[in-house]
Design a protein around this ligand. Structure first.
Ligand code: AMP
Length: 184
């Protein structure tokens, strides 16, 4: 099962992905985590994307698509994946669809977590992960980028009738329950 976990920054994608990994026994692919890991390890990719992540902007599509395609070729993902933070643009979505199709696969479900904007800001500011992009100014940029570029990905998968809208306000367990019933 190939599942996209979608939503604005602070919607709880990472938290729900953690729970879904063990429930569905699927691997998790978070492009944000991969970028942060590369920055920490000072790799070439890390150096290339540091200032972009710091600014809360998007890494260029070609870089992200290449990274995800290389990753998805690994055996680990043979039975599916939980994609978190990808695709974030319509171009990325189209590239993902094409890549999966070439490999005889497809997106099976698109879960979007709905959370009001003020709640998103409060959550990010209080989660204290020490991320350099978790400051009020950067959060504003990330939410703008989400509205301007990422939200269009929702329409892309709406047209394919794959979208499951989940109320992302409530306890972690309540939200997880909504996700599993939507997928059943
Ligand atoms: P996340 O952990 O998903 O919030 O991602 C953190 C940051 O990594 C984002 O603000 C972007 O700078 C970058 N990033 C992660 N995923 C993508 C993507 N699919 N496309 C472009 N940039 C991304």
């Amino acid at each position: 099962m190939n599942i996209i976990l979608f939503g604005p920054p602070g919607a709880g994608k990472g938290t729900q992905a953690e729970k879904m990994i063990s429930h569905y026994n699927l691997p998790h692919l978070s492009t944000g985590n991969i970028f942060r890991e590369n920055i920490k390890n000072k790799t070439e990719l890390g150096k290339k994307v540091t200032s972009i992540l710091d600014a809360g902007k998007l890494v260029p599509d070609e870089t992200v698509v290449e990274l995800v395609a290389d990753e998805l070729k690994k055996e680990t993902y043979n039975n599916g994946v939980i994609l978190d933070g990808f695709p974030r643009t319509v171009k990325q979505a189209e590239a993902l669809d094409a890549f999966l199709l070439e490999n005889g696969k497809s997106v099976d479900a698109f879960i979007t977590l709905d959370v009001p904007e003020q709640e998103l800001i409060n959550r990010i500011l209080s989660r204290g992960q020490g991320r350099s992009d978790d400051t009020p100014e950067k959060i504003k940029t990330r939410l703008e980028v989400y509205r301007d570029e990422t939200e269009l990905v929702l329409n892309h998968y709406m047209k394919k009738d794959l979208v499951k809208e989940i109320d992302g306000v409530g306890s972690i367990e309540e939200i997880f329950e909504r996700i599993t019933s939507a997928l059943s």
